[in-house]
Design a protein around this ligand. Structure first.
Ligand code: HDE
Length: 673
């Protein structure tokens, strides 16, 4: 194994199968079904240490969930560099393309509780821990490049407003309620981020198909001490793809673990998710050349102005062995940096540097969480910190202080030139004030740019999202304030929303910011059929030649054909051979597939036909590719024929069907069913 983190984790793994049952103290047990009682029908005895140990451990099994990002899943992988970044940073893991750095990544939603559904409208967390030879480096990112607030002191307020309301504890994992929108209208710096959250970016098809952004401006420092501002991007090799809102709500009921299962099963099948690491680099001397403040976390650096340089690739190739030990106990912290990476004065980043360790002290029960296997660096650590709950290391030296002569003043610091971390010596001066720079006060221009950059369909989705969210807000005054606030970003957008939610059109003037950043639109993303789940509905007697052609074409395009039938009993093809279905029409659902193909032999009973029609209709209304054999074409609604992404299969058009699948969605369907 050439993965240092996996080697380290191996030492902690325990396989309990085929072993004798013991207490936690190693005592073999003869009985685990009955507690020790005084007589067959008598009371349980205090001396039953096994009973007490077992129940006590169970009683203490739960730890607090994360106060935000509680719902998530994690996977292992590795990162390799394409070219040395030595010109910009001395970070060890960014020097040599031959070095593989182990990583652990946790993807999450933000607002929902630990057991909430995966597909809610929300930001997604994308936290990466690099286990480097200089210690752990955490790039704790989101799938959106900006944030709701500009100063960490407002984070508790924002999260209180976003989470379920305190009197009723509803709604779960949703921003469609009064307190969220009340916060937004009273904190207008949130405008840009809200545009992202109302967009399709908040509904990722898969954790494998979303971008990641470090959000803040960080600093890279090279060996000569020269600093460069840097923003981090993760670009998914499969492109950026989303579900549609109606689908996400249905999936939340049909399969609340949808995104979690998606990445776990991709890794199980060897379809390792890949993300390229990109950086936007800005020389410090260019800090003031833009019409926004480069340290403002509610602003992006448009990719067309400051290109994203792709510098390496992360491959996620291993699922966890134990969810609690690895995913629940992993502790990220934006302050885990390595030499060559430093912070800037972004006040949101500065606040985060305090919060993460603090929250882990309560969540993981004390100061020694760095000793939990998933959090340990792959390099040794030595210092004079001692004791505390759950200390595992046995430090053998008499000396636990600095400076000392008894241990030759070790552990010792080393100079920066030899790899010791030294903070970048930025010159700072000013009075102590609680204020915000004027350069942070333009809240609407980039929000408008985001909307300007969307395709017509993406714009429509944003409008629909506002309608949905605000129709759930009970207070009319807040609805009106939202319409007025976002009317300043785009009057037309909010006029449509206002009419729908029964308030007046926006009072305010539309912003005149006309800039467009094409990189923001998902229409311009990579589109391919790789790993898309295509359900093939079959019944007895289906045409085996047609089926084989289609399956070959799908697998060549790296899509995943999955047979669906009325039951799990074998289905006979036209040659009399048996095929074992993976799903029944009941055990899966059209919203759980990226496209549906119907190849019928036997036309089946009325219920079967009604079910197949439901699959066809749902696939159609969600703009997904749909193909039917001639034998099944009578189940197609006549309005669907000739619509984009709909194929009636014959010998000549299997490739067209594959091209349709590669497109993911066919927005140009103009008919409503
Ligand atoms: Fe976090 N955030 N955050 N956050 N955040 C946490 O730390 C916080 C912010 C992000 O999978 C907490 O260990 C403050 C931005 C991710 O374990 C907590 C502020 C970005 C995760 C915390 C922010 C993030 C967290 C809760 C405002 C994108 C999940 C549990 C200044 C760049 C990490 C924990 C995981 C988690 C604080 C804003 C990303 C409370 C105070 C901006 C991906 O410490």
């Amino acid at each position: 194994m050439d993965n240092k983190k996996q080697e380290q984790l191996e030492q902690f793994k325990v396989d309990d199968s085929d072993k004798v049952l013991t207490t936690n103290h190693g005592l073999p047990l003869s009985e685990d079904e009955f507690s020790l009682k005084a007589g067959e029908r008598g009371p349980t005895l205090m001396e039953d240490f096994h009973f007490r140990e077992k129940i006590t451990h169970f009683d203490h099994e739960r730890i607090p969930e994360r106060v935000v990002h509680a719902r998530g899943t994690g996977v292992h992988g590795e990162f390799t560099l394409y070219e040395s970044m030595a010109n910009y940073t001395k970070a060890g893991f960014l020097q040599d393309p031959n070095v593989k750095t182990p990583v652990f990544v946790r993807f999450s939603t933000v607002a929902g509780f630990r057991g909430s559904a995966d597909t809610v409208r929300d930001v997604r967390g994308f936290a990466v821990k690099f286990y480097t030879q200089e210690g752990n480096y955490d790039l704790v990112s989101n799938n959106m490049p900006v944030f709701f607030i500009q100063d960490a002191i407002k984070f508790p307020d924002f999260i209180h407003a976003h989470k379920p309301e305190p009197d009723t504890e509803v709604p779960q994992a949703s921003s469609a309620h009064d307190t969220f929108w009340d916060f937004i209208v009273n904190n207008q710096e949130s405008a840009h981020m809200v545009m992202w959250v109302m967009s399709d970016r908040a509904l990722p098809r898969s954790f494998r198909m979303m971008e990641g952004f470090g959000v803040h401006t960080f600093r890279w420092i090279n060996k000569e001490g020269k600093a460069t501002f840097v923003k981090f991007h993760w670009k998914p090799v499969l492109g950026v793809h989303s579900l549609v809102w109606d689908e996400t709500q249905k999936i939340a009921g049909k399969d609340p673990d949808f995104n979690r299962k998606d990445i776990q099963s991709a890794i199980d099948c060897g379809d390792y998710p890949e993300f390229e690491l990109g950086v936007q680099l800005l020389p410090e001397e260019d800090e003031f050349k833009f019409d926004f403040d480069v340290l403002d976390p509610t602003k992006i650096w448009p990719e067309e102005d400051i290109p994203v340089k792709i510098i390496g690739k992360m491959t996620l190739n291993k699922n966890v062995d134990n969810f609690f030990a690895e995913v629940e106990q992993v502790a990220f912290h934006p302050g885990n940096v390595v030499p060559g990476i430093d912070f800037t004065n972004d006040p949101l980043l500065q606040g985060r540097l305090f919060s993460y360790t603090d929250t882990q002290l309560i969540r993981l029960g004390g100061p020694n969480f760095h000793e939990i296997p998933i959090n340990r660096p792959v390099v040794p650590f030595h210092n004079n910190q001692r004791d505390g709950y759950h200390r595992m290391t046995i430090n053998t030296s008499k000396v636990s202080y600095h400076a000392n002569s008894m241990a030759n003043n070790t552990p010792k610091t080393i100079p920066e030139s030899e790899g010791g971390y030294a903070h970048y010596q930025e010159t700072v001066h000013g009075s102590k004030i609680r204020e915000r720079s004027d350069s942070f006060k333009d809240h609407f221009s980039q929000a408008a740019m985001f909307y300007n950059s969307m395709s017509e369909v993406e714009k429509q989705h944003i409008i629909e999202a506002f309608k949905f969210e605000l129709a759930k807000v009970k207070c009319m005054d807040i609805r009106q304030q939202v319409v007025d606030m976002f009317g300043s970003i785009n009057t037309d957008m909010m006029t449509q929303v206002a009419q729908f939610i029964g308030v007046n059109p926006p009072k305010t003037q539309q912003s005149v910011y006309e800039k467009v950043s094409p990189a923001l639109s998902q229409e311009n993303t990579v589109k391919k059929a790789d790993t898309l789940k295509i359900g093939i509905i079959v019944s007895n007697g289906f045409d085996v030649n047609e089926y084989e052609n289609i399956v070959t074409a799908l697998t060549t395009a790296k899509a995943k054909p999955e047979i669906i039938a009325q039951s799990l009993s074998p289905v006979q093809d036209s040659n009399g051979n048996n095929h074992i279905p993976i799903y029944t029409l009941l055990s899966t659902d059209p919203v759980l597939h990226d496209g549906i193909i119907v190849l019928l032999g036997d036309q089946g009973c009325d219920t079967f036909q009604a079910d197949v029609k439901r699959y066809i209709n749902e696939t159609f209304i969600h703009y997904k590719p749909l193909a039917v054999s001639n034998s099944a074409s009578s189940l197609l609604n006549p309005k669907m024929k000739g619509q984009t992404g709909v194929t009636i299969i014959d010998n000549t058009n299997v490739q067209k069907m594959i091209d349709d699948i590669s497109m993911h969605r066919h927005w140009k369907r103009e008919v409503a069913l």
